[in-house]
Structure formats: structure tokens, C-alpha cells
Design a protein around this ligand. Structure first.
Ligand code: AQP
Length: 342
């Protein structure tokens, strides 16, 4: 079976974008592939954060994975920092990553501009090397990536190739290894179209955890009345009828797309049902569909959170399975790079 890895940062509340763009797609992946889904807590400290919130958000995100239907008997579910190899391999990889490669990362440029110089730690620059480590440790074949992550995956591929050339093959054999590639070079798994969820208050920017206004996103754990209120107040337009793909109507396209994915209907079905609706009745229809979809997830979430022992067991078993794979890669790299082994 091919191996797939993916993760979400515990930086805040998991929102509809994370769910429709990532977690929901993992459900079919766990049946097709060998999957490892982690909570990338080490990535969550690359921008200023609140320490007491980190562990809470980490548990909560893990519980959300399970509540959404990620199944620990199919996928390994674990916390990134519980598998020490992530940080160790990152250091080894960083010695072969030119600073220029990191300086050109768009996300670094954008996030550092927003955060201001005083708030930009070195980790924000080296973040993509940790992401490369997350992927390469597991010899992953496929990585589901949104548009915003394609540049980072390309960098991962470049780092893998460079380290394979510098230390793999015959050179590794000389060091007592088996030779061949140290890392598999992973491919992107492009998520289904329409899975990019935009902000409720601006159809041109993505729904995001870090956007200052909570009004701009639906969080997976938002209660009924909050969802109702957010949809009621979300940005719309004053054109008649509703339509997909009109560049003049990004909000309209976004809300219809959310409705389509959440109900599992085809685009044609949604057009047939909604094209003549006014905003008032569509908003009610969308709110009902969101509540219907999210309520069972919220109920399962509460059950999981009320049994901490269960969650601990899942995470500990997941970390154990992940570490077994990760340690093999890490030891090979140490050997190939010439480190004295105990
Ligand atoms: N709006 C979105 N639409 C579709 N997919 C999205 N993802 C995030 N936002 C959307 C996907 O969720 C996964 C986990 O993302 P992350 O935790 O690494 O955070 P992020 O990509 O930086 O996005 P966030 O959650 O909104 O956080 P901030 O505010 O920090 O940018 C990824 O697969 C991502 O593509």
C-alpha cells in the first residue's frame, strides 16, 4: 500500500476550511492507503502563541480527527512532538538546505510581513524543513496539499533529492548502509476541486484560523446559534439569483460550494435547487445543512473529550507505530551522514 501523511496545526479552532480542505478528504484516504495523520504542534510555535493553549488545542484537534471519522484502527493518529525523530531529522536536513531556498518561500514572506520583524523567529524561516522532515521520515508516497502548500512540497522534493545525492547510493554503502535512496521523493495528492473554503466576510481571502474576526469562519465546534448568526451576517451581494463561478460574485460561489460539499450534491443539483433562491432562503437552507452535518461530529467530539484515557491511548499507540517507521529512516540518515552510532 502507498503511504500518505498529513496534519493540521493546533494553532486555534479547527474550522470548516480545515475540515473540507483536509480532514474530510482523509476519510477516503484511510481506506485506500497506509495513512499517518498527525497534529503538528511543533509547527504551531512558529508564530507567537499562548503556551497554555497549545496542549489544549492539541488534544482538541486530535479529538476532532476522531469525531470526524478518522479511525485509529486504520490510520496512525499522533502528536508530532511525541515522535522525536521529526526534530532530529530536521536538523540533519537543514545542513543540506540552502538559505536561499527558504528565503523564497511565499508563506514565509507573507507571514513575516504580517507578524513584523520583532515577532519573526528563525523557526518561521525553517518551518518548511520541519515539514520536509515530517514527510520524508515516513518515506511517504503521497501528500495531500492545498494550493498554499504546493511550494513547500516542492521544496521537500528538492531537499530529498539533494540529500539522496549527497549521502545516498554508493556513498551510503561505503558507510555500511544498504545503498540506494535515503528518501522516497513524494508526490502531491491534489484535493478535489472546490475544497478551498473562503472567508465568510471576504470571498477573496481563505477562511483561516489566524484571521482576527471569528465572524469570518465557521468553527467545527460552533454551537447552532453561532452558526446561524454567522451565516445570517456573512457577506453577500445584491445581484438577483445565485450562481457558481461568477468572478464578480466570490461570496456567492463560496457559499454555494460549501453547501455543495457539505450535502454531497453535484454542482448541477445545487444549481437546480438554488439558482432562483434569494439570499434569505438560501441562508436558511445552508444553515440547516451545516447544522445537520456538524451536529453529529460535535456529539462524538464531546463523547471523546469526556474519556481522556481513550484519547491518550489512541495518541500513544499512534506515536508508537509512527516512531517505528521514523526511527528506521533517521538511523539510516545518521549512518549515511557519518555519525558515530552508539
Ligand atoms: N480555507 C481553507 N480551505 C481549504 N483548506 C484549508 N486548509 C486551511 N485553510 C483552508 C487546509 O487545512 C490543513 C491544515 O492547515 P494548517 O493547520 O496547516 O493551517 P493553514 O494551512 O495555515 O490554515 P489555517 O488553518 O487557516 O491557519 P492560518 O490562519 O495559520 O493560515 C491544510 O491541509 C490546509 O491546506
Amino acid at each position: 500500500k502507498k503511504r500518505v501523511v498529513s496534519g493540521v496545526q493546533p494553532t486555534g479552532l479547527v474550522h470548516l476550511g480545515n475540515y473540507l480542505g483536509a480532514i474530510k478528504n482523509w476519510l477516503s484516504l484511510q481506506d485506500l492507503y497506509e495513512t499517518l495523520f498527525f497534529i503538528v504542534d511543533l509547527h504551531a510555535i512558529t508564530l507567537p502563541y499562548e503556551a497554555p493553549q497549545l496542549s489544549k488545542a492539541t488534544r482538541s484537534t486530535a479529538a476532532i480527527y476522531l469525531a470526524c471519522g478518522i479511525d485509529s484502527s486504520k490510520a496512525s493518529i499522533f502528536v508530532q512532538s511525541h515522535v522525536r525523530a521529526h526534530v532530529e531529522l530536521m536538523w540533519l536536513l537543514s545542513s543540506s538546505t540552502p538559505i536561499g531556498w527558504l528565503n523564497r518561500m511565499i508563506q514565509f514572506k507573507e507571514k513575516s510581513r504580517k507578524a513584523g520583524d520583532e515577532n519573526v523567529g528563525v523557526a518561521l524561516l525553517t518551518y518548511p524543513v520541519l515539514m520536509a522532515s515530517d514527510i520524508l521520515l515516513y518515506q511517504s508516497d503521497l501528500v495531500p496539499v492545498g494550493e498554499d502548500q504546493t511550494q513547500h512540497l516542492e521544496l521537500t522534493r528538492e531537499i530529498a533529492e539533494r540529500v539522496n545525492n549527497l549521502y545516498g547510493g554508493r556513498k551510503w554503502k561505503k558507510m555500511g548502509g544498504r545503498g540506494g535512496s535515503l528518501f522516497k521523493v513524494p508526490e502531491a495528492l491534489i484535493p478535489p476541486a472546490g475544497a478551498r473554503v473562503m472567508s465568510l466576510t471576504d470571498g477573496l481571502s481563505k477562511m483561516s484560523k489566524s484571521a482576527p474576526s471569528d465572524q469570518s469562519r465557521i468553527n467545527l465546534l460552533d454551537p447552532k446559534d453561532v452558526i446561524m448568526n454567522k451565516i445570517k451576517r456573512c457577506k453577500t451581494d445584491s445581484l438577483p439569483g445565485l450562481e457558481f463561478d461568477n468572478p464578480e460574485r466570490p461570496e456567492c460561489n463560496n457559499l454555494l460550494s460549501i453547501y455543495q460539499i457539505i450535502t454531497g450534491k453535484t454542482k448541477e443539483e445545487v444549481v437546480g435547487e438554488c439558482q432562483n433562491m434569494n439570499w434569505g432562503s438560501f441562508k436558511t437552507t445552508l444553515t440547516d445543512a451545516l447544522i445537520d452535518h456538524l451536529q453529529p461530529i460535535q456529539i462524538r467530539y464531546e463523547e471523546i473529550m469526556s474519556d481522556p484515557g481513550y484519547l491518550d491511548d489512541v495518541l500513544s499507540e499512534g506515536a508508537g507505530k509512527a516512531a517505528e517507521i521514523a526511527d528506521i529512516t533517521l538511523n539510516n540518515v545518521y549512518q549515511a551522514m557519518g555519525f558515530l552510532r552508539r
